[in-house]
Design a protein around this ligand. Structure first.
Ligand code: FES
Ligand code: FES
Length: 156
């Protein structure tokens, strides 16, 4: 079995995987990082979004082997080491940007990448960016408000 090595949330990890093992499976099943969710088998829902080398990626669309040597950040790695939430997590909490919470890890990881690329997105840009993230509870209104608020806080 091939071996993969990568840095996940600042920690060097190594594991044996099959050629077909997806990055999301490696994270959840071998590293027990179950904050990254699987909500579909068609690469549509975005519940599995993580950052690979600083870019948001649907981790169900990438083989673990393709992430060999990469820096991966999952929702578990977003808060500060002292436990302080990331401003995006704070904003989702403050603006009730979640209902059941299933889509939330992917939404938050996508939203952080949006603000990395565009620190001051307008509502249309936020909605367009989130096209690849589906909320089955349909809580988009508060999700957009949370991202606008996080953007403001992070700029300020
Ligand atoms: S589980 Fe990856 S897009 Fe749905
Ligand atoms: S909060 Fe339930 S799927 Fe989005």
């Amino acid at each position: 079995m091939p071996t993969v090595s990568m840095t996940v949330n600042g920690r060097a990890v190594t594991g044996d995987v099959e050629g077909r093992t997806l990055l999301v499976q490696f994270l959840r099943e071998q590293l027990a990082l179950t904050g990254t969710h699987i909500g579909c088998d068609t690469s549509q829902c975005g519940a599995c979004v993580v950052h690979v080398d600083g870019q948001s990626v649907k981790s169900c669309t990438l083989l673990a082997l393709q992430a060999d040597g990469s820096e991966v950040t999952t929702i578990e790695g977003l808060a500060a080491s002292n436990g302080d939430l990331h401003p995006m997590q704070e904003a989702f909490r403050e603006h009730h940007g979640l209902q059941c919470g299933f889509c939330t890890p992917g939404m938050v990881m996508s939203a952080v990448d949006l603000l990395n690329k565009n620190p001051n997105p307008d509502e249309g840009e936020i909605r367009e960016w989130l096209e690849g993230n589906i909320c089955r509870c349909t809580g988009y209104h508060n999700i957009v408000k949370a991202i606008q608020s996080a953007a403001e806080n992070m700029r300020g």
